[in-house]
Design a protein around this ligand. Structure first.
Ligand SMILES: *[C@@H]1O[C@H](CO)[C@@H](O)[C@H](O)[C@H]1NC(C)=O
Ligand SMILES: *[C@@H]1O[C@H](CO)[C@@H](O)[C@H](O)[C@H]1NC(C)=O
Ligand SMILES: *[C@@H]1O[C@H](CO)[C@@H](O)[C@H](O)[C@H]1NC(C)=O
Length: 295
């Protein structure tokens, strides 16, 4: 009988497929071009032989994908991605998810809003995400011309007007600490997924099903302000200097999103890198992300 066990073991080894990975790119980036997330996809495929990597394209072409990063309402993007993931047979036994920059909070929204309709999502890894939003645009993100100033002004004065929320993606995670009430009342994406408007138990349950929620912060980040948002921290309400960590925030203390429970269960992982936004080496990624969470 011994050899039977051995054959079964061998069979198991051969048929064990690596857990698929879903990627969501950041603003000003696209799913698939060779010099953008396409390169990262190839890197993962090389590191984890046989892995299925889906790099999300929001829209029907690369150009649409790029534009939608700025202009497609996140609630719509999330709904679209929920549909795409549900249809993908290769993901039905579960997957890991990696978000880049704004793709971080969008993927978290996917976990919370439709996780119960998908195969089990094992680990959510967010790189430079804006979980508590942003306030101030030092480099104006990736916008490099006059529209940069326009966007900054628009966000300062009008981020919460319904039409701005619906026509500029970055307005939907604008978080003015000087006016938390207006933020809560009018932020139709971020305040909703952070359970700041009301408490949606489905969000809590789905997020808690993760094995790990890994947040990577870039200590030299010149794009995201404040950097603490990458670890789910933010300015203390009423001013824009003093920072609160996640553990000091109301979301955590009131356990509005189940993060306290997850933290106590050891499911929250806080990692940092010294460089600018999304700067990390392949070696670091292999040791700190691939080995512990993806294989
Ligand atoms: C892709 O094209 C189809 C058919 O033209 C359209 O219905 C759909 O909305 C498009 N998808 C996106 C995300 O733009
Ligand atoms: C809570 O979230 C689920 C999943 O997105 C949604 O179907 C439901 O309508 C939400 N409930 C409330 C009260 O908003
Ligand atoms: C926020 O919404 C509440 C309830 O709808 C309303 O009473 C309050 O005036 C609103 N405040 C602001 C600043 O929009």
């Amino acid at each position: 009988m011994k050899w039977l066990g051995l054959i079964l073991l061998l069979f198991n080894y051969i048929s064990a497929e690596p857990t698929p990975i879903v990627l969501w790119h950041g603003m000003g980036d696209t799913c698939c071009l060779a010099y953008s997330l396409g390169l990262f996809k190839s890197f993962l495929e090389k590191q984890i032989p046989g892995v299925y990597v889906l790099s999300l394209r929001i829209g029907n072409s690369t150009v649409e994908d790029l534009e939608n990063g700025y202009f497609m309402y996140p609630n719509k993007q999330v709904e679209y991605v929920c549909g795409e993931l549900a249809q993908d047979q290769k993901l039905k036994n579960g997957f890991n998810a990696i978000g880049f920059s704004q793709g971080s909070q969008f993927l978290r929204a996917v976990v919370q809003r439709c996780g119960h309709k998908l195969g089990p999502i094992k680990n959510l890894i967010t790189l430079g995400g804006q979980h508590q939003g942003v306030y101030g645009l030092p480099h104006c993100f990736a916008l490099q011309h006059e529209s940069c100033d326009y966007v900054r002004k628009l966000l300062n004065y009008a981020a919460y007007y319904s039409w701005v929320q619906k026509s500029l993606v970055q307005a939907t995670y604008w978080h003015d600490p000087l006016d938390e009430i207006t933020y809560r009342n009018n932020s139709e994406f971020l305040a909703d997924i952070n359970n700041e408007r009301k408490i949606n138990q489905t969000y809590i349950d789905n997020l808690n099903k993760l094995e790990h929620f890994v947040m990577v912060k870039f200590d030299g980040d010149s794009i995201v302000q404040p950097r603490e948002t990458e670890w789910f921290g933010f300015y203390a309400p009423g001013q824009a200097k003093k920072l609160l960590t996640l553990q000091q925030s109301a979301i955590y203390k009131q356990d509005r999103l189940g993060l306290k429970k997850m933290d106590e269960a050891g499911k929250l992982v806080f990692l940092s890198q010294p460089g600018d936004h999304l700067r990390f080496t392949e070696e670091w990624f292999i040791e700190s992300i691939i080995k512990p969470y993806l294989i």
